[in-house]
Design a protein around this ligand. Structure first.
Ligand code: DLL
Length: 432
């Protein structure tokens, strides 16, 4: 089943034509309405008239997450503030969040894209969907919610945090689909198994994303719950979930190219790479009104495949994610930068900037361990003093990062040091 056949199955020529037209009008709008882009384009000596076809995109400047932060909260708006009906924000930045502003039309397009993704997974208006992504500033909850309502499915807005209630309602309400992170779904599977309830559920589909996951994890989810699991991708800056999703043929995640133009660039030279090569995914929004982004560097490393899929869709397919070109980690669905831990440590007297983060996945849950060197004197003091420092550090990290870390305090010069760039992170999850 296809939600919007006219758009999802266009020929490559039709797609390129539409993208060229949309890019031209998007660029005219940002040039006239967003000082940030006008200045950047003027520095490069280009005007909206220079952008006629989609191939002209290489003339345009890039946008980074630092640009978003520097222009917080309304600096990149392309419409009057009064046209904005919603904001969402991205987790995981030190200090000010990255705020994304949506007009009513932006919300409509978002819910259409999520409805397309859900249709791709096999959902119809007959389904009952539990949303197990967090509601609030994070885009997962409200994004999935609006998409499912647009589809006409019945939505149960569970949010995160109460697995037992989720299980009870899953059984009582005869839930047929769930949208949540893959690691949370495995946690739900374990809880169902522990209570001998797997054969009481009516679940058929899961739409999982917001964090990297492997085919092995997908396999486990499908076997343990007897369902089909689909991979949904998105990021707050561009819209939220529903930028791309995979279909039953699993040949990559179809990106909705009528709204988002994808490019793969070399993360250092920033040159556009030929089709099929691995590099950083960069996305230009073609229809966004509130806060359009031009050549936004997602930092996600992947490649793109073109060519018609067996499902009939012609939109490019994002291949397996191979990590990121920056040091961001996604832990329990939350974006975490090592610099945030550093920032938290600065607020606690007695700690040093020498720390080491270890991330792993144990029983399908991400673990987040932080070892920190503290001043020698704490080890000769009473244990109580050391324990107090440990809990202060845990609280500081929780406050800045938004999730809890297991903190271990160690003596000076016990963590790895190097002459050049000290390595602060080991990710043992083997997700690529
Ligand atoms: O995670 C939006 C989302 C919500 C996507 C629910 C899917 C489902 P952010 O918090 O801004 O937005 O994080 C975006 O998470 O750049 C990737 O690094 C990572 N990510 C998201 N989906 C996937 C996925 C949401 N399916 C960042 N596979 C992105 C791998 C993913 N990584």
């Amino acid at each position: 089943m296809i939600w919007n056949e006219t758009k999802e199955c266009m020929s490559r020529d039709e797609i390129a034509n539409l993208q060229g037209k949309r890019l031209h009008s998007q660029i005219s709008r940002v040039y006239h309405n967003v000082e940030f882009y006008r200045k950047k384009m003027q520095q490069l000596g280009i005007e909206p008239g220079d952008i006629q076809t989609i191939d002209d995109i290489v003339k345009l400047p890039f946008t980074t997450y630092e640009d978003l932060r520097d222009n917080y909260p309304y600096g990149l708006l392309a419409v009057p503030r009064t046209e904005i009906v919603r904001v969402q924000a991205s987790s995981g930045t030190t200090g000010k969040p990255k705020l994304l502003c949506y007009t009513r039309k932006d919300i409509d397009i978002w819910s259409e894209c999520v409805a397309r993704a859900m249709t791709m997974a096999g959902l119809t208006r007959d389904d009952i969907l539990q949303v197990g992504y967090g509601y609030g500033l994070f885009t997962g909850g409200l994004g999935a919610h609006y998409g499912a309502e647009n589809l006409g499915a019945m939505v149960i807005p569970m949010s995160t945090g109460n697995t037992q209630k989720l299980i009870t309602m899953m059984i009582d309400c005869e839930v047929t689909a769930i949208a949540c992170t893959p690691s949370y779904l495995l946690h739900v599977a374990e809880a169902l198994e522990a209570q001998g309830l797997v054969d009481k559920i009516k679940l058929k589909y899961a739409i999982c994303g917001a964090e990297p996951w492997t085919d092995a994890m997908r396999d486990q989810i499908e076997k343990r719950l007897h369902i089909k699991a689909f991979d949904i991708y998105g990021l707050t800056e561009i819209m939220g979930p529903g930028v791309a999703c995979d279909c039953e043929y699993r040949k990559g995640l179809h990106i909705y190219e009528d709204h988002f133009y994808p490019e793969i660039i070399h993360p250092e030279t920033l040159e556009q790479l030929p089709h099929g090569e691995l590099g950083e995914l960069c996305i230009t929004t073609l229809t966004k009104e509130g806060m359009p982004l031009i050549r936004y560097r997602t930092r996600d490393l992947t490649s793109l495949e073109y060519g018609k899929c067996d499902c009939g869709r012609t939109m490019a397919r994002i291949q397996r994610f191979r990590g990121r070109s920056d040091d961001m980690l996604v832990i329990r669905g939350v974006n975490v930068f090592p610099s945030q831990v550093e920032h938290a440590l600065l607020t606690v007297a007695g700690t040093t900037p020498n720390y080491f983060i270890t991330v792993d996945r144990v029983n399908n849950n991400d673990t987040f361990d932080v070892a920190i060197e503290v001043e020698e004197r704490f080890f000769s003091d009473e244990v109580r003093v050391l324990e107090k420092l440990r809990s202060d550090v845990e609280a500081a990290i929780h406050q800045v990062v938004g999730i809890k870390a297991k903190v271990k305090l160690v003596e000076p010069n016990t963590l790895p040091h190097s002459e050049g760039k000290t390595k602060h992170v080991e990710d043992k999850r083997k997700l690529v």
